[in-house]
Design a protein around this ligand. Structure first.
Ligand code: HEC
Length: 197
C-alpha cells in the first residue's frame, strides 16, 4: 500500500516537472542564457578564455606523482569547467553545441609529506590543492576542427602565468587520446557527474 502511494506521488511529480519543462521551451534565452564563444586571433590562435573560473565546475580528476612512480603524465588536479551557456544547452539537448569550451586548469598538490605524495592535514590524510600550473582547453567547432573529430585542442602553458593565446595542437598530442577514450563527443563525461547523462 505504502509503495503504491509513493509511486503515485512520484508520477504526479514527474507530470508537474514535464509540463513546466514544455512551457519553458518557448523561452529559449531564459532557459539557456547568454554564451561566451571562443575568440581567435587573425592567425587562428585561441585567445585565453575570459572568466573561466565563473563557469560551471564539473570535476577535478587527480593523478599525483606520488601514486605514479614519482612521475605522472598529468600530476596535477585537473579542475574542469564548461562554459556556462554551453552547459545550459547541453543539459537541455544532450549535445555539446558548436562553440562549447572545456577549460582544464592545472593545479599542483601542496608539497608532499608522506611516501605516497600525500599530506596529513586537519581533515585527514590526502592530496590538497596548491599552486596553479597552466591550462589545457578544448573547443568544439565541427568546421574549423573537422580533421580532429570536431574539437580543437590548445595548451596555455604547463606553468603560470597562462599564455595569452595558444596554437592548435596536432592530433597526436591531444585529440587522438580523447578520440580513443572519452565517453561522449571527445569529452570524458564519465568523470563528470553533471555531464554524464
Ligand atoms: C593520454 C591521453 C590524453 C592526452 C594525450 C590528452 N588528454 Fe586531455 N584528458 C585525458 C583524460 C583521461 C581526461 C579526463 C580525466 C583527467 O583529467 O585526468 C582529459 C581531460 C581533458 C580536458 C577536460 C575536458 C574533457 O575532455 O574531459 C581538456 C580540456 C583536455 N583534456 C585537453 C587536452 C589537451 C589540450 C591536450 C594536449 C595538450 C590533451 N588534453 C591531451 C586524456 C588525455
Amino acid at each position: 500500500m505504502m509503495h503504491i502511494h509513493k509511486a503515485a506521488l512520484l508520477l504526479a511529480g514527474c507530470l508537474v516537472a514535464t509540463s513546466t519543462f514544455s512551457q519553458k521551451q518557448s523561452g529559449e534565452t531564459e532557459q539557456t542564457g547568454p554564451r561566451y564563444l571562443p575568440e581567435f586571433t587573425s592567425s587562428g590562435e585561441l585567445i585565453l578564455p575570459k572568466n573561466f573560473n565563473e563557469w560551471v565546475f564539473v570535476g577535478a580528476p587527480l593523478t599525483p606523482d606520488g601514486l605514479n612512480g614519482g612521475k605522472a603524465g598529468f600530476p596535477e588536479f585537473h579542475n574542469v569547467y564548461i562554459e556556462r551557456g554551453s552547459y545550459s544547452v547541453f543539459r537541455k539537448t544532450g549535445v555539446f553545441p558548436e562553440g562549447t569550451i572545456m577549460f582544464k586548469e592545472l593545479q599542483r598538490v601542496v608539497t608532499p609529506q608522506n611516501a605516497n605524495g600525500s599530506r596529513t592535514e586537519a581533515s585527514g590524510v590526502g592530496y590538497f590543492p596548491g599552486v596553479l600550473n597552466g591550462a589545457d582547453v578544448s573547443v568544439k567547432d565541427s568546421t574549423r576542427f573537422a580533421s580532429t573529430n570536431g574539437w580543437g585542442f590548445f595548451n596555455f602553458h604547463h606553468s603560470e602565468p597562462k599564455a595569452a593565446t595558444a596554437v592548435l595542437q596536432p592530433n597526436d598530442k591531444c585529440a587522438g587520446c580523447h578520440t580513443t577514450g572519452a565517453k561522449k563527443d571527445m569529452v570524458w563525461t564519465q568523470f563528470y557527474r553533471l555531464l554524464d547523462h
